[in-house]
Design a protein around this ligand. Structure first.
Ligand code: FAD
Ligand code: NAI
Length: 472
């Protein structure tokens, strides 16, 4: 008799492992299939965690080299030990992935090691019959299957990835030496975060972006200021440009670059090229088509509001379905789905999911942008406050940026917030909470904020919605 489970989750990224743990907490018998040698998915192994480790280390290097002198902290000859920095990053990743393994044991989630494939949908072969998932030659039975197989880097025709000279984010996290010239294709989140890492460590970095702006989807004003701020730091941007080919040689990579709208081609030489033009859902070899699971026009698993696919008993969450490709979005979907499977009322409020870019200064956003509100014909008020007028930011020496809060013109309900500045990735949580609670900008403005903190910029921006900021 094959071993049977209530739930088999395929993929142990933030979506899958969190769903497995929550389902087990709620008393279900759960297995999670993972083909990678360690748990935690893209995020913990080759995404959020290693990139943040390198962002932190490279920022310390930059501070020691260029920023601490204004605080009266002087060094003689700051040097980079890249091997040590990379080794530390590895330790950070190991601690995190081992942590998930511990949580699986604690919650009695079975880790099925290997690639999972759906061989029968629950109820497929006859009324009420269990689904079947095959892993490493064994077949397991289950009442429910959760697909949480995440995403992978989107390829670009003419630019062949070898993870040495032409890398995805995975290779860019592992470079053994600082490249002389790093060319990044794609001015999105990965390009700007990892471009920042290698620029801080000494590379010349050029970002080639197809559109006329960086980070599409983010607030326009924030995106423009981000471009100016990163340019001041030394990143070079070629907007409205497309790469049509890459030729590798022992000397490096020669890229063919053309204006996005067409026109004369130009050659750009690079030591390393980072391809970061987005990520696509990872659905190959899973047996989804054979099970009859519908995909959308972008190859994502199609689900309803409760994460159910068109095939009864098969659900999907995280990067493999529609929506922002973010770890916390995947986690929240994992929790909501586990609760639904246990008979509760799981729910994700997509209007309150923050997005953060971990450059320095950081960028953070939640809810609607001005552009979205205008397009939807929603009348809104806006309050904005700069970090230059905040005592703590001045003490830190981090004065770039602002907080902007958008509130409904009639009800004053907070609809969105967009920030660039020191630690705004942490500050944004206050506005996510405000949106979750249906708070007004007046509620945020009337909440006491400790002095002197960066959070006071959020309060002042809320006061500014009614034109009554105090410190400007
Ligand atoms: P994944 O984390 O991709 O996990 C899916 C897992 O499924 C993988 O481990 C894969 O091996 C496994 N799998 C696939 N197919 C099978 C199969 N057939 N059988 C068994 N296992 C299978 N998001 C943030 O919110 N904040 C960040 O700071 C951030 N930084 C990032 C930095 C980088 C460089 C990258 C690439 C991404 C970053 N992201 C960040 C995005 C984040 O990593 C993803 O949104 C998140 O990992 C999605 O979680 P998931 O569970 O849907 O999928
Ligand atoms: P992205 O979608 O953020 O940015 C891709 C960029 O490439 C866009 O600006 C796009 O216009 C541009 N582009 C597309 N095709 C192009 C072409 N042919 N030539 C030049 N430019 C082109 O994708 P990215 O940076 O690869 O990241 C993938 C996902 O990973 C993101 O959607 C994000 O959700 C997630 N991520 C999140 C992070 C965070 O939360 N801090 C960090 C890193 C990744």
């Amino acid at each position: 008799m094959p071993e049977s489970f209530d739930v088999i989750v395929i993929g142990a990224g933030p979506g899958g492992y969190v769903c497995a743990i929550r389902a087990a907490q709620l008393g279900l018998k759960v297995a999670c299939v993972e083909k990678r040698a360690t748990l935690g998915g893209t995020c913990l192994n080759v995404g959020c965690i290693p990139s943040k480790a390198l962002l932190q280390s490279s920022e310390h290097f930059e501070e020691a080299k260029h920023k601490l002198a204004e605080h009266g902290v002087l060094f003689d000859g700051v040097k980079l030990d890249l091997a040590k920095m990379q080794a530390r990053k590895g330790e950070v990743v190991t601690a995190n992935v081992k942590g998930v393994e511990f949580l699986f044991k604690k919650n009695k989630v079975t880790w099925l090691k290997g690639a999972g494939r759906i061989v029968a949908a629950p109820g497929g072969a006859g009324q009420g019959s269990p689904g079947k998932v095959e892993v490493a030659g064994e077949t397991y039975e289950t009442k429910t299957i959760v697909v949480a197989t995440g995403s992978e880097s989107t390829p670009l025709r003419g630019v062949e990835v070898d993870e040495a000279q032409v890398v995805t984010s995975t290779g860019a996290l592992e470079l053994p030496k600082v490249p002389g010239h790093l060319v990044v294709i794609g001015g999105g989140v990965i390009g700007l975060e990892l471009g920042s890492v290698w620029r801080r460590l000494g590379a010349e970095v050029t970002v080639i972006e197809f559109l006329d702006r960086l980070v599409p989807g983010m607030d326009n004003e924030v995106a423009k200021l981000l471009e100016r701020t990163l340019s001041k730091q030394g990143l070079k941007f070629r907007l409205k440009s497309k790469v049509t080919g890459a030729v590798k040689s022992a000397e490096g990579v020669t890229l063919t670059v053309e204006p996005a709208a067409g026109g004369a081609a130009e050659e750009v030489k690079a030591d390393v090229v980072l391809l970061a033009i987005g990520r696509r859902p990872h659905t190959e070899g899973l047996g989804l088509a054979e099970a009859g699971v519908e995909m959308d026009e972008r190859g994502r698993v199609k689900t309803d509001a409760h994460f159910a696919t068109n095939v009864p008993g098969i659900y999907a969450i995280g990067d493999v379905i529609a929506g922002a490709m973010l770890a916390h979005k995947a986690e929240d979907e994992g929790v909501a789905l586990a609760e639904i499977l246990a008979g509760q009322k799981g729910h994700v409020n997509y209007a309150a999911i923050p997005g953060v870019i971990y450059t320095w200064p950081e960028v953070a956003s939640v809810g609607a942008t001005e552009e979205e509100l205008k397009a939807a014909g929603i009348a809104y008020k806006s309050g904005k406050f700069p970090f230059t007028a905040n005592g703590r930011a001045r003490a830190m020496g981090d004065l770039d940026g602002f907080v902007k809060i958008l509130a409904d013109a009639k009800t004053d309900r907070v609809l969105g917030a967009h920030m660039l500045g020191p630690d705004v990735g942490t500050l944004i949580a206050e506005i996510s909470l405000a949106i979750e609670f249906g708070a007004s900008s007046e509620d945020v403005a009337r909440t006491c904020h400790a002095h002197p903190t960066l959070n006071e910029v959020v309060k002042e921006a809320a006061l500014a919605v009614e034109g009554r900021a105090l410190h400007i």
